[in-house]
Design a protein around this ligand. Structure first.
Ligand SMILES: C[S@@+](CC[C@H](N)C(=O)[O-])C[C@H]1O[C@@H](n2cnc3c(N)ncnc32)[C@H](O)[C@@H]1O
Length: 266
């Protein structure tokens, strides 16, 4: 089942990830008068930055609650931007209507990557640009996420290697080049890094517990008769993992590389 990103409180993570939208929007200047689609806009990070630079913005996200937060933020900041409920499998935007299509850690969650790429290329104008970000595996932030993912797979099944083709790797140049080439697009990649800090590993885990994925996992575990023990075991494993990857012995810091992927017709 797909995750409802409206669960819990994505807002905190949105704040942490704002610097990535600043990087991506900064790379896309000038924006005045350009038609920008922010696919998987969440609470509106990239959309609102682009609107502030004079772009004509449409934010799209499947999570209704987050779309409402983004709308409210635009109104509070006096920014013009339209926000629609929709997803990467069927972007509610006309063909070739986006001069710039942004997707910050969002389209990477689409269940069918190739269908999402087809949709992104459909809505991008002839001289338009697609710019998305994807996590690069191996960093300390991803390591923590993987601990939770592995635990949940072991509890609910699907722990082994999935059958069939390997999943699409949104950070991988070869996968991206091949998938975008089908639509006549060329791809460039740039690596960046982001760090998250907290006063302690425990505080980091407390903050992370409000993330939609953590809330969804907690709900799933609570539905089982042994939910309390499983929840306690997951918490224990996460604490071991965050202490292990902590880069700041005096407090808490984790970092991760991410790829900024730029695709244009070529
Ligand atoms: C990590 S959040 C990023 C949100 C926002 N771009 C930001 O930078 O804060 C992931 C977002 O992707 C959205 N998402 C998940 N599946 C999606 C899909 N199939 N198509 C488009 N967006 C999707 C979620 O609803 C969520 O808002």
């Amino acid at each position: 089942m797909e995750l409802d990103w409206g669960l819990g409180e994505y807002e905190g993570t949105g704040e942490v990830l704002l610097p990535v939208s600043e990087v991506v929007v900064g790379m896309s200047e000038p924006l005045a008068g350009r038609r920008v689609v922010d696919l998987g806009c969440g609470t509106g990070n990239a959309a609102l930055l682009a609107a502030g630079r004079g772009a004509v913005v449409t934010g799209v996200d499947p999570a209704k609650r987050l779309v409402e937060v983004a709308r409210k933020r635009a109104a509070e900041r006096g920014l013009q931007a339209e926000f629609l409920v929709g997803d990467a499998g069927s972007i509610p935007v006309e063909d070739r209507a986006a001069d710039l299509l942004l997707s910050v850690f969002a389209v990477i969650f689409a269940p069918d990557a190739r269908a999402a790429i087809a949709e992104m290329t459909r809505v991008t104008a002839p001289d338009g640009v697609i710019r998305l970000t994807s996590w690069v595996p191996g960093g300390s932030m991803m390591t923590i996420t993987q601990v939770a993912g592995k635990f949940m797979s072991e509890v609910f099944g699907g722990g082994g290697q999935p059958a069939g083709p390997k999943p699409f790797a949104w950070h991988d140049e070869a996968d991206l080049r091949e998938a975008f080439a089908t639509h006549g697009f060329q791809v460039e990649l740039e690596r960046h890094s982001i760090s998250v800090t907290a006063a302690s590993p425990e505080e980091y885990l407390e903050n992370s517990a409000r993330h939609p994925m953590a809330v969804s996992s907690a709900q799933a575990l609570a539905s089982r008769p042994d939910g309390d023990e499983l929840g306690a075991e997951l918490a224990r494993q996460l604490l071991v993992a965050v202490r292990e990857v902590n880069e700041d012995p005096a407090a808490f810091k984790v970092s991760n590389e991410y790829a900024v992927v730029t695709a244009r017709r070529g």
